[in-house]
Design a protein around this ligand. Sequence first.
Ligand code: NAD
Ligand code: IPM
Ligand code: MN
Length: 351
Amino acid sequence: MTYSISILPGDGIGVEVIDATRPLLDDAAHAGGFELETTRYDWGSERYLESESMMPDDAIETLETYDAILLGAVGHPDIPDHVTLRGMMLPIRKAFDQQVCKRPSVLFDGVESPLRGYDGGDIDFVLYRENTEGEYADAGGHEHRGYPHEVAVQTAVYTRQGTETIVRAAFEAARSREGRLTNVTKSNAQAHGMVFWDEIVEEVSSDYPDVTVERLLVDAASMDLVRRPDEFDVLVASNLFGDILTDIGAIVSGSMGMAPSANINVEGHSPSMFEPVHGSAPDIAGRGIANPLATVLSVSMLFDHLGESEVARDIWRAVESQLADADAPRTPDLGGSATTEAVVEDIRTRL
Ligand code: NAD
Ligand code: IPM
Ligand code: MN
C-alpha cells in the first residue's frame, strides 16, 4: 500500500513543527508496513512577499491528487491575516469540502491544566466544528471606503447540507463515545441561522435516541468549558464558535501546542487536511522551542483517517507515554526547556 501526502509547512512555527515531525512519517510507514510518497510545497507568506500570491494558481488541482494534506500554520506579522489565510488555508478547506473539523481536547497524564483540581484524563472531549461556511462564508462587501456612509456587511451562511453534515458527524461521534452531545449556538440573538441550526439538531436527534443532547448558548459554553470542562463529551458548533471554543479547549488541557485537528471531506472524493489548531506564533517563531505535539497528534489523526489505525494509536500512545514521563523533554509552554526537535526525537524512540 502506498499513500501520497502533500506537506505544507506554511509560516513561522508551522515550518518548525513540520520539519521536526517529518521523520516520524517515515518511522510510521516503516512500523505500519506501508509506503509513503510525500511532497513538500513551500507555499505561504515568504512566497507572497516575493510574488504577491500565497500559492500557485493550480494549487488546488495539485493537492487534489494526494490522499491527505499535512499543514503547519499560516500567518505573517507583515501581511494582513485576511490576505494570507484567504490566500492559502481557508481556500483549501473550502475547495475540498472539508466540512467536518474534528478537534479533540485531552488533558494528558503528566500535564498540568491552568485550572485547579484536574488530573490526567479528567478533561477529554472532542469538538465538531462546521468548517466551510457559517460565519466564514465569503459573503458580504465593503464600500464607500473613507466616507461617512462607509458600510461593511459580513453575512453568515448556513446550508441544510452543511449543517446536517456536521451535526450528523457529531452525533456519530457521541454514539461511539459516551453518548453525550452539547449543541452550542446563539439562538437568543441570531434568530435565523442559529435557530435553523437548532432545528437541524432536533431533527437529526430522532435518529440517535441513544444520544443525550444538551443545549448551551455560546457565552455560557465558554464559561462552562472553564468551570466544568470534565463534563463534556462531544460538542458541535458553527465555524466561528468552534474556532473560539477550541482555543479554550486547548489551553484548559495544558497548551495551545498540543491541540490537533482534522479537516475531513466526509465523502472521500477529495483529500482531508490535518493541522495543529495553533497558528504561526510569531512571538516564539525562529527559536526552535515550539511544541510539536499538536502536529504529532495531527499526524496520528491523519493515519487514522487513512485507515492505518494501529500506527495512529501507536503515535498517540507515544505522546501519552512522553507526557507521563517526568524525565522526558518538554518545550517551555509545558514548563521545560527542550527544543522542538528534541521532543520529536524522544517520541521516535518511544514508537
Ligand atoms: P497562535 O496560535 O499562533 O499563538 C497563540 C499563543 O499560543 C502564542 O502565545 C504562541 O506562542 C502560543 N503557541 C501557539 N502554538 C504553540 C506551540 N506549538 N508551542 C508553544 N506555544 C504555542 O495564535 P495568534 O498569535 O493569534 O496567531 C498568529 C498567526 O497565526 C496569525 O497570523 C493568525 O492569523 C495565524 N493563525 C493561523 C492558524 C492556522 O494556520 N491554522 C491558526 C491560528 C492562527
Ligand atoms: C484555526 C485558525 C483559523 C480559523 C484562522 C487562521 C483563519 O484560527 O484553524 O483555528 O479560524 O479557522
Ligand atoms: Mn483558531
